[in-house]
Design a protein around this ligand. Structure first.
Ligand SMILES: O=C(O)CCC(=O)C(=O)O
Ligand SMILES: [Fe+2]
Length: 317
């Protein structure tokens, strides 16, 4: 393995069981240091993943003209073609809370009216991810402080919503070394839940600036903290820079579920979360203003770093 890249060891949390005090401490530490951890006990069967995998392959194997009917210049806009995020990246978005309806509107164009298999599978996956996201936010609140889940879940996180990105990476056939499938970025979510297939390629940047592999592991999902929760937690939870590198000339599929605050939400870390005697790092801001800031400062660059939540709402010293 090249010197500049190592695998990172992250805690594995069994989400189906109550949070033990020792797990709470290692989770808090991992979230502060890496902003990434693994979960098991998520209740999603291998069968559902196999189904989503083969349906996604069918979808991305369709001719470009068909996919572009859902592209950025169409009315539905659920498909992002190659050469927007990177030459090797394309994705389809499915929006909650009615994942069935969102998937179906894309499926009608792609596969014709008769197919419900795709929408049903996405409804099942989207609702499971929604439940998981809620549980993860509760657990993260518990890791921040005694009874913080009871104090803050309902008042702060009750109106969160989610969407899914199905991502297909196609590296060049004559891959010599490695290429970036998706460049360095932070997520704008509260939390993101990622399923990556066995190809791997997800990397997180350490605070010292080293790229570390997050290797795929069967039956575990990757969870990462996004900018919204970093700001809300006054940096107790880190939204880390990450990217996808393609090292083999094979396709890679991932499912990334983003759990986000509602657009009109004002993000302000509660005093108790900031902690006594600790400086507040962010000015309060409206969620959608940050999303607009990110869109406008990275035109054509798709979530490139350089304009993140600290640049937007960081307290000037
Ligand atoms: O493809 C992946 O594994 C993760 C993609 C990602 O980081 C993103 O879509 O924000
Ligand atoms: Fe990401």
């Amino acid at each position: 393995m090249p010197d500049q890249c190592h695998s990172v060891e992250l805690p594995i949390l069994d989400i189906s069981r109550p949070l033990e005090p020792s797990a709470r401490a290692s989770l808090a530490e991992a979230c502060k240091k890496w902003g990434f951890f693994h979960i098991t006990g998520h209740g999603i069967s291998k069968g559902l993943y196999n189904k989503l995998y083969s349906l996604s392959q069918q979808l991305f194997n369709l001719p470009s003209e068909t996919k572009l009917e859902l592209g950025p210049s169409s009315s539905i806009k659920t498909y992002t073609p190659h050469f927007i995020a990177s030459p090797f990246f394309e994705c389809l978005r499915v929006f909650g809370p009615n994942f069935f309806a969102s998937a179906q509107s894309s499926a009608n164009t792609l596969f014709g009216q008769q197919s419900f298999e795709f929408s049903e599978a996405l409804q099942e996956y989207g609702s499971k991810m929604t439940e998981l996201s809620k549980r993860i936010v509760e657990i993260l609140l518990m890791s921040l402080g005694e009874d913080f889940d009871k104090k803050y879940y309902e008042s702060e996180f009750e109106n969160c919503h989610g969407y899914l990105r199905i991502v297909n990476y196609t590296p060049p056939k004559s891959l010599v070394d490695e290429v970036e499938g998706l460049g360095m970025h932070t997520d704008m979510s509260c939390v993101t839940i990622v399923y990556q297939d066995e190809v791997g390629g997800l990397q997180v940047k350490s605070k010292e600036g080293k790229w570390m592999d997050i290797s795929p592991c069967e039956e575990t999902l990757v969870v990462n903290i996004g900018d919204m929760l970093q700001a809300w937690s006054n940096d107790k939870l880190r939204s880390s820079e990450h990217r996808i590198v393609l090292k083999k000339p094979v396709k890679r599929l991932s499912l990334a579920f983003f759990w986000c605050f509602e657009d009109e939400k004002v993000i302000l870390a509660p005093n108790e979360v900031v902690g006594e005697g600790i400086l507040r790092i962010y000015e309060p801001f409206v969620c959608s203003d940050y999303l607009k800031f990110r869109e406008s400062s990275e035109r054509g660059k798709f979530e490139k770093v350089g304009f993140t939540v600290k640049d937007f709402a960081g307290v000037s010293l």
